[in-house]
Design a protein around this ligand. Structure first.
Ligand code: PEP
Ligand code: MG
Length: 582
């Protein structure tokens, strides 16, 4: 598989997916060979091949049972359902007998027969107009890989004694969960968006990860020494002693910094000249709340409620949502919990909702989709309004592109309030409603958006994607996805200014908020709140505590005169080094 046999240093650039630096020996995981040479066999081998196939099915089933149990523990019963569905496919006797028939009738070896029979199931699903069917094709493909790997007896690679860096062409959710039972130091993954489950898992376990590497599996040998820099999105195979030394120092610096940072958990996020910037956490998983509290978060600035819908085939009903939102509100009280309504669509495709868009990022997503599916919206609004009884919940509308959308949403919110009044359900009559500014049209109309809402929250992930016309999930153009592009920075500045003209607070909750390269710049622009991934709370707080507003404003004025992202980054890097901000 490896392209070259020498051991010279290879440096690969990908997309940073989970922060931190780790290094150690690599374990390479290739997808099962789908290009397996089609083999016919003599009649005398038929019973052996049928037996091999039967054993592979059995082994796969046992593995999936274990993965299911592990998944139940790590991500809950709903998340484990996908594995139950795969087990059911394997238990269906028609598939096993079709494979046996194929071996017998066409004199095929077990691998070819398995590949043929799975193809018969996968092909029509893949061609379907219905996105749920296409997703199901993915489940079959995962399963086929697993059976083939068992036939090829490659299972041992999933179990290893020593700490290792996983280098993989792609990772299915099942692979990620299974691997996490071992001592995984880091992930280096060739694929992009498809690995998002692995990425979510990596982040929640604090394992550095880089995705979108494209050639890592090809240029790494199992056992090779490999460095994963999850902050910069760089992977280095066979590093020279000098590179190794540099990264050892970097890792040590991060370790010391993390140790030192824990001291500031209880200190305020104020600049040296006493400007307080509210520092909150983004919540993707319920477990984030405990980490957020420990790190001294002053609230939750973004609950990505659509994460509740992953790995399940239905929408949670009002009561289930209410209990979840209420528990978040209680655990963060008296701080704000900002609940964003379901941002379904684009790359966040869920089984519970048939989604078939030609161009998903520009199709129905976020608030647009909810306005068109009032029943889903109303159920969620009822749950949020009820959970807001203690007045520390705010509601956030994603992907707003026009003032009319805010009006439409508000009209529905008012209707839900009067229903709750009629039903004598307690709720917050003054629930603040905020708008996410993540599309250029909303940014350009920010003053109107601020005037029509209670707060603004800038989604820099999408704002970058839509301003630069760069798909944020596409690894082929990841190098031009650039949040420090001057056009993006100018829009952010305009949104903050417009918000303040209307006396509306402005937050940033995209990934940029957690990047310490941007902290002083955002402070200088006058940002009121930053909402960041839990692992970024302390580094960002430290960066805030290291700067004065006058320095930050001076920095911002300089940066806003620049014409290229390269200049912006170079200047900010230099400035950060000089100012020793984290
Ligand atoms: C954003 O777009 O910046 C954002 C916070 O929303 P998400 O990443 O969930 O699209
Ligand atoms: Mg967004």
């Amino acid at each position: 598989m490896k392209l070259q046999n020498d051991t010279s240093e290879i440096r690969l650039h990908g997309v940073p997916a989970s922060p931190g630096i780790a290094f150690g020996p690599a374990i390479c995981m290739y997808n099962a060979k789908t290009d397996h040479e089609r083999k016919t066999i003599p009649e005398s081998d038929v019973p052996t091949e049928i037996l091999r196939a039967t054993h592979a099915f059995e082994r796969t089933q046992q593995e999936l049972q274990k993965i299911k149990q592990s998944a139940q523990m790590r991500i809950g019963a709903a998340g484990a359902m996908i594995f139950e569905a795969q087990i059911m496919i394997l238990l269906d006797p028609t598939l096993a007998s079709a494979v046996a028939e194929s071996i017998k009738q066409k004199s095929l070896d077990a691998e070819s027969a398995v590949a043929d029979e799975f193809a018969k199931l996968e092909t029509p699903l893949r061609a379907s107009q219905d996105s749920r069917m296409r997703e199901r094709a993915g489940d079959f493909a995962d399963l086929r890989q697993r059976v083939l790997r068992n036939l090829q007896q490659e299972r041992t690679r999933f179990k290893f004694e020593n700490e290792s860096v996983i280098v993989a062409e792609s990772l299915s959710p099942a692979d990620a969960i299974e691997l996490s039972n071992n001592r995984v130091l880091a992930f280096a993954i060739d694929g992009g968006g498809l690995t998002s489950h692995a990425v979510i898992l990596a982040r929640s376990m604090n394992i550095p990860a880089v995705i979108g590497l494209r050639t890592a599996a090809n240029c790494t040998d199992t056992g090779a020494f490999i460095i994963v820099d999850g902050d910069a999105g760089i992977v280095i195979v066979n590093p020279t002693p000098e590179t190794r030394k540099t990264y050892e120092l970097k890792r040590e610096r991060i370790r010391l910094l993390t140790e030192r940072l824990s001291d500031i958990a209880t200190l305020p996020s104020t600049t040296t000249d006493s400007r307080h910037i509210i520092l909150e956490a983004n919540l993707d998983r319920e477990t984030d709340i405990a980490i957020a509290r420990r790190a001294g978060a002053e609230g939750i600035g973004l609950v990505r409620t659509e994460m509740m819908l992953m790995n399940r085939n239905d929408f949670p009903n009002e009561q289930e949502q209410y209990l979840y939102y209420k528990s978040l509100a209680e655990r963060m009280h008296p701080h704000w919990v900002t609940i964003r309504v379901f941002d379904i669509g684009a790359d966040k495709i869920i089984s519970a909702f048939p989604y078939d868009e030609q161009n998903p990022a520009l199709g129905k997503r976020g608030t647009r989709l909810l306005l068109d599916n009032e029943n889903i919206f109303i159920t969620q609004l009822r749950a949020i309004l009820r959970a807001a009884e203690h007045r520390n919940v705010r509601l956030l509308l994603p992907m707003i592109t026009s003032i009319e959308e805010i009006w439409e949403a508000q009209e529905i919110i008012e209707r839900v309030k009067s229903d709750l009044r009629r039903d004598k359900e307690p709720f917050d009559r003054h629930l603040p409603v905020g708008v996410m500014v993540e599309v250029p049209s909303a940014a350009l109309l920010a003053r109107g958006m601020a005037n029509e809402s209670d707060f603004l929250s800038i989604g820099t992930n999408d704002l970058t994607q839509y301003t630069l016309a760069v798909d944020r999930t596409n690894e082929n153009i990841a190098h031009i996805y650039e949040e420090f592009h001057p056009a993006v920075l100018r829009l952010i500045m305009e949104i903050i200014t417009a918000g303040h003209q209307e006396e509306t607070t402005v937050a940033v909750c995209g990934e940029m908020a957690g990047n310490t390269l941007a902290t002083a710049l955002l402070a200088g622009m006058g940002i009121d709140e930053l909402s960041v991934a839990t692992s970024r709370l302390l580094p960002v707080k430290s960066a805030i505590r290291n700067v004065s507003m006058s320095e930050a404003e001076r920095l911002t004025r300089t940066i806003l005169t620049m014409r290229t992202a390269r200049d912006v980054r170079a200047y900010l890097n230099e400035w950060r080094t000089e100012n020793d901000a984290t």
